[in-house]
Design a protein around this ligand. Structure first.
Ligand code: NAP
Ligand code: ZN
Length: 365
């Protein structure tokens, strides 16, 4: 091997600084920040990020709303890009491939959940894409950045049939709805309600419709009815309309609740048929409203929860999307518009996912 080749190889696998956007405290806006991406380990893939979706979890974490944020924090877990280098043991990816990363970058790979392909429920604790500790103790930085290094087991393949910018949100919003809809067997003959038409909710409408279920959007926003129908909903219920809710009582087989904050569960549970389930995927914080347990006891109803999806299922979802021409409805933003995007998200003013064009990071940094 001549010296020139060996220098090139070293450069490709060496640690590198990366441009990013970070929050440095719960109350400061996100701003340009430089991070280091590690030298490639034998099983690592380096990805140059093209697009990153903006999840409501990014906002929760940037502002420490779940009390676990470690600053500086670089959010972003809906990542699509192109592979620029691979470690010597990588077999599934090569330079130039399209690649995607979602909410997880590692897990123990050893517990019963990991063995079942449910790494999101890793019993020893999974490593999230940002604000999480790697096995060597370093804190992970997410996709509001120009590159990322991830072990190949947690990197997904993306079909070149998909519109890449609209694919990014599939990596969190998409899988978070796809997985429970599959688990609770959404399909023909089922009446499925999607509560909250935001990033997660709009993907829920598309998937439940594609799976053959009858879909109703349950929304607080009067102005979203037309969009809901365009996205695939058969009906719309305004959650502020008590009469409409009363009429719809006992009519749903499955509800997906994407509401991002503490709220009263009672009016939604009343919509379930006997034996039906409401899956909470939105609010992770405590629910402080009183809950009438008679609502579940008297009709054998269930309230369940669900967290993203495993790696194998995420790949299945991406392949399903390529086959069924499903992507997210996106509004593109530049990196320096992120703080404004968060404010709009808080007003439910997103149609239906912000996606950052990472080419803009060079301009913003
Ligand atoms: P989003 O885009 O902001 O959408 C949330 C939607 O919920 C809003 O558009 C709004 O829809 C409705 N909503 C907002 N505030 C409400 C309130 N006070 N009462 C009733 N409805 C309200 O958020 P997202 O990115 O979809 O995320 C939703 C939640 O899921 C976040 O908390 C996020 O952290 C969480 N999450 C969970 C997982 C998981 O694995 N379980 C994964 C990703 C995200 P309408 O205008 O239609 O009412
Ligand atoms: Zn997310």
């Amino acid at each position: 091997m001549n010296t020139e080749t060996s220098t090139t190889e070293t450069n490709l696998t060496a640690a590198r600084s990366a441009a990013a956007y970070a929050a440095t405290s719960a109350t400061t806006p996100l701003r340009p920040f430089t991070i280091e991406r590690r030298a490639l380990r034998p099983s690592d893939v380096r990805i140059e990020i093209l697009y990153t979706g903006v999840c409501h979890s990014d906002l929760h974490m940037a502002r420490n709303e779940w009390g676990s944020s470690i600053y500086p924090i670089v959010p972003g877990h809906e990542i699509v890009g192109r592979v620029s280098a691979v470690g010597e043991n990588v077999t599934n990816f090569k330079e130039g491939d399209l690649a995607a990363v979602g909410c997880m970058v590692d897990s123990c790979q050893d517990c019963a959940s990991c063995a079942d392909g449910l790494e999101q429920y890793c019993e020893k604790g999974l490593t999230l894409t940002y604000n999480s500790k790697e096995s060597d103790g370093t804190i992970t930085y997410g996709g509001y950045s120009d590159s990322i290094v991830v072990t190949e087991n947690f990197v997904l393949h993306v079909s070149d049939k998909l519109d890449l910018k609209a694919t990014a949100p599939l990596l969190c919003a998409g899988i978070t709805l796809y997985s429970p809809l599959r688990h609770w067997k959404a399909g023909p003959g089922m009446n499925v309600g999607i509560i909250g038409l935001g990033g997660l909710g709009h993907m829920g409408v598309k998937f439940a419709h594609a799976m053959g279920a009858k879909v109703t959007v349950i929304t607080t926003s009067v102005g979203k009815e037309e969009d809901a129908r365009r996205l695939g909903a058969d009906g719309v219920l305004l959650s502020k309309d008590a009469t409409a809710l009363e009429k719809a009582a006992n009519s749903f087989d499955l509800l997906m609740n994407t509401i991002p904050v503490d709220h009263d569960l009672n009016p939604y549970v009343a919509l379930l048929k006997r034996d039906a389930t409401m899956v909470i995927v939105g609010a992770i914080e405590p629910i402080t409203h009183d809950f009438a347990t008679a609502q579940i006891v008297l009709k054998r109803r269930s309230i369940a929860g669900s967290l993203i999806g495993g790696i194998e299922e995420t790949q299945e979802m991406l392949d399903y999307c390529a086959e069924h021409h499903i992507v997210s409805d996106v509004e593109m933003i530049e990196m320096d518009q992120i703080n404004e995007a968060y404010e709009r998200m808080l007003k439910s003013d997103v149609k239906y996912r912000f996606v950052i064009d990472m080419a803009s990071l060079k301009k913003a940094a």
